[in-house]
Design a protein around this ligand. Sequence first.
Ligand code: PLP
Length: 396
Amino acid sequence: MIFNQVELAPADPILGLTDAFKADPRSDKVNLGVGIYKDESGQTPILKSVKLAEQKLLDNETSKSYLGIDGVQAYNSAVQTLLFGEQHQVLQQQRTVTAQAPGGTGSLRVAAEFVARNTDSNTIWVSNPTWANHNNIFQSAQLQVKQYRYYDAPTHSMDFDAMLADLATAKAGDLVLLHGCCHNPTGIDLNQSQWQTIAELCLQKELVPLFDFAYQGFGDGVEEDAQGLRLVADIVPELIVANSFSKNFGLYNERIGAVTLVAKDQDTAKTAFSQVKSTIRGNYSNPPAHGALIVATILGDNELRAMWEAELQQMRERIAQMRVLFVDTLKSVGVSQDFSFISTQNGMFSFSGLNKAQVERLREEFGIYIVGSGRISVAGMTRDNMPAICHAIAQV
Ligand code: PLP
């Protein structure tokens, strides 16, 4: 027997919270933990563009035969265009390769394992703080995780000088995890001049950017949110992107994302891609089709694409409205602390500055679930639950 040697794993900091939420019998409980978009009525709807694409697929599908190791080809090229735009040099020079992968998580894992298995590089730098699963993913792929400073808690702002100082100690070949937009958990992104500085640092020190791009379209817009990535790709010879369509297409449970490599030339890209495929083959063999076919159908059809962009805009705008309402409601229930920084943050999350003890009280006394770091999913707020949330925060 071997199972008795196994130690109990700690609950996942985010999904473990969802389990606790589900088990909570209170009817007025609110889940602001996991990053899932909810509409004004508290539902996570299927986008209309997705439903229409699925109908098309259902009507036209003729086979359930295996996909190739790298997935749906039309999907992979649509991903490249969405990431870089039609005209970017990395596409024109054909030094970009993409493999469909299961969600952002699967894409990050394939990327990390590809690097760990095939290169001298064994270290990845992640921001402090970062998405809780990054450590787990990269350590599972045998990479050593180091942290660069990113956030200045007292001022609720970016500590860019500290980020540069920490990355200045990285060695050639190290990976640097960068959030493409809507930094999770802080909601604070680099501006164009900071992207430029980071790109030049990576070039000079031969660091390899790994973009985690899980929220394209949730910041300022589909094109706007890709500006940092495109600028970095203008400057550095090599980079990796792990992107996800869980949030921006609402395809959470379809597990759809992609890993994209940009190499210095076409031959290097081809060789590297052969090892990306080998990594996938030894892992899950080849990806499931449905999510990729939905995304490819929408992005390949002008009408569906326009509909998707409008739906994405609606999600983005609702979250922005909730940020403003959150700040205003806190003020109106008598919270004297200044929370105005929340309305300038990007994406689904707000880094509230609430501490562990306050987070615990919110859960135990009020049934309001947020992550221990104080990260609040603004996407889970509605006009209906806002007063209760703000009254509870005022109490703690
Ligand atoms: N990266 C970040 C920053 C995220 O917040 C998430 C999801 O919460 C992911 C990656 C993973 O997304 P997926 O559900 O597609 O694996």
